[in-house]
Design a protein around this ligand. Structure first.
Ligand code: SF4
Ligand code: SF4
Length: 526
């Protein structure tokens, strides 16, 4: 078994190394035909930009994407400055430089990767998947009979914030920074999934298609690990199947197929305010212009947030969304499962969590209020603040840095639910409903608790479950995502996730201390 695992690890690392090194492979040459195509495709109105590109870049060969991108960005800046001086606002290229450059790099790319997309898919994704499976399956099976075995988790450099954990952290953060801010450097990665993208949507793959595909692959491989590890627990098997289904079908396949039929890309399960740009004017305009389906999406999006989500939380708690449907939760519960014990359980962090997550919810609501006011009134500035600026700041800080870079990159350091716990505005909204108006609770049979602390250790939301169990108190915490792992790892069957009557659901009990009460009085009352 160990032998098989070592082969798996070697194959996985080989696939990962090839994948990473693809960034620097290939040549980039912009021909006049390709330039013409991109200019039409992006509706570029700046003759000056086209002239500079024609003079300095067309027919030149670059050996990597960095210098090629730098030349395009330089041409863009020179042209933009000239247009600003002449007040030619309609000719200015407003796109973010790296995003604007992406299409040029993608179209100009040549060489071994672009010409052998399928071969390189197998050398990267293929080896990675095969290696991961060979490593994971024996690793979970050799740990013996069904049951949750977390032996040695604090002695492993991958799961105790050791050097492997830090290496994974650096890799993930680097990946997210490239994905969000420098897509023009990763076009070779997108070539690998072009055939799949063309099959689904009819288009070449963007960096977001690559991300969606990678997301599904990683979740599928790690879901297999969950099936084996938690094979004694029906709740975990169903829950894992559910998040996998919603990710692959709702977040990946359906939106891409909609694009094939020239409909708007839309993930039907992504509720506002997690889907923070749902009410942005470009989205509203696009939906309204898309006929019946667009209007249906508009109505569905509003109903989902205002009616469906809170009603479901009333009956089942926020677990129905956070642990059964949501893509962020899905990745946290599969890829992030080996890191769940790293979430901080201290009271101080609980306080920080409440301020942060509700702060993001308020920020999202204020931004949306400004956006809608601007949309209906036609003004670009509300209370002296440019609406576009607020949207840009929120998109950068919350949409990209928090949800992406920190949310997943920090798994090996802060645990697997960093985003859900500290940053997700939808989780904050669901949490408020769950805390004050829901039938969900975790009941605790305090008499059986042996205070082993397994439940608290493996609570990804940083809840000190044991403290409740010791008192026999129901857990109705706003942050509980109902993952059920506390219950799965409890050796005494103390914890049970239940939906029941609201009456008696909140049963906070106080431990009597000598300072609070004269214990002799209690004795005398008897
Ligand atoms: S209390 Fe239990 S069910 Fe809730 S988030 Fe923590 S581990 Fe999951
Ligand atoms: S895992 Fe079970 S027995 Fe151990 S502290 Fe938690 S509730 Fe008590």
């Amino acid at each position: 078994m160990k032998y098989l695992q070592n082969i798996g690890l070697a194959l996985f690392l080989l696939g990962l190394t090839i994948f990473t090194s693809l960034i620097i492979l290939g040549n980039y040459k912009l021909t006049p035909v390709v330039l013409d195509k991109v200019v039409k495709n992006k509706a570029i109105k700046s003759e000056l930009f086209i002239e500079i590109v024609n003079n300095k870049i067309v027919n030149e060969t670059f050996n990597e994407p960095f210098s090629f991108s730098a030349e395009i960005i330089s041409a863009m800046e020179v042209a933009n400055n000239a247009h600003k001086q002449n007040s030619e606002w309609n000719k200015i290229i407003w796109d973010k430089p790296n995003s604007f450059t992406y299409v040029f790099v993608k179209q100009a790319g040549q060489g071994i990767v672009k010409e052998n997309k399928r071969l390189f898919w197998w050398l990267t994704f293929g080896l990675g998947i095969l290696g991961a499976l060979l490593y994971i399956i024996p690793n979970v099976i050799v740990k013996g009979p069904p049951g949750v075995k977390n032996n040695g988790i604090w002695f492993n450099a991958a799961t105790n914030r050791g050097w492997i954990g830090w290496f994974v952290f650096v890799f993930l953060v680097g990946f997210y920074l490239l994905l969000y801010f420098c897509p023009n450097y990763i076009v070779n990665w997108t070539y690998l999934v072009d055939p799949i993208s063309e099959l689904l949507s009819g288009n070449l793959a963007s960096q977001w298609f690559l991300y969606g595909f990678l997301y599904c692959v990683v979740m599928s491989v790690m879901a297999l690990r969950m099936y084996i590890k938690y094979r004694h627990n029906k709740y975990q098997i169903l829950r894992t199947s559910s998040v996998l289904f919603f990710q692959i079908v709702f977040a990946f396949l359906i939106p891409e197929i909609l694009v094939r039929f020239e409909k708007p890309w839309y993930d039907f399960k992504n509720a506002f305010p997690l889907d923070y740009d749902f009410f942005f004017s470009w989205n509203l305009d696009q939906l309204i212009a898309s006929g019946g389906l667009g209007l249906f999406i508009l109505v569905w999006g509003i109903l989902l947030t205002l009616i469906i989500v809170p009603v479901m939380v009333y009956f089942f708690g926020k677990r129905w969304y956070c642990s059964w449907v949501c893509g962020c939760g899905g990745l946290a519960e599969t890829l992030g499962d080996p890191y769940r014990h790293l979430s901080d359980k201290s009271l101080k962090v609980w306080k920080i969590e409440r301020w942060m997550v509700h702060g993001v919810l308020i920020a999202a609501l204020i931004m949306t209020g400004f956006t809608l006011y601007s949309y209906f009134s036609g003004v670009a500035t509300v209370l002296g603040i440019k609406v576009q600026t607020i949207q840009d700041i929120y998109g950068f800080l919350i949409g990209a840095i928090f949800a992406g870079v920190i949310g997943t990159g920090f798994y090996p350091i802060f645990g697997n639910r960093v985003w859900c716990r500290f940053g997700c505005p939808l989780a904050a909204y669901l949490g408020i409903v769950q805390r004050f108006k829901s039938r969900f609770r975790i009941t605790t049979n305090g008499g059986q608790c042996i205070s082993c602390g397994n439940c608290s250790t493996y609570c990804e939301q940083g809840i000190d479950v044991r403290a409740y169990a010791q008192k026999g108190e129901n857990i109705v915490r706003a942050s509980c995502v109902g993952c059920g792992i506390c219950s799965a790892v409890c050796p005494r069957g103390v914890l049970k996730l239940e939906n029941g009557p609201e009456k008696g659901r909140i049963n906070s009990t106080e431990i009597l201390l000598g300072n609070d009460i004269n214990l002799m009085d209690l004795v005398n009352q008897k």
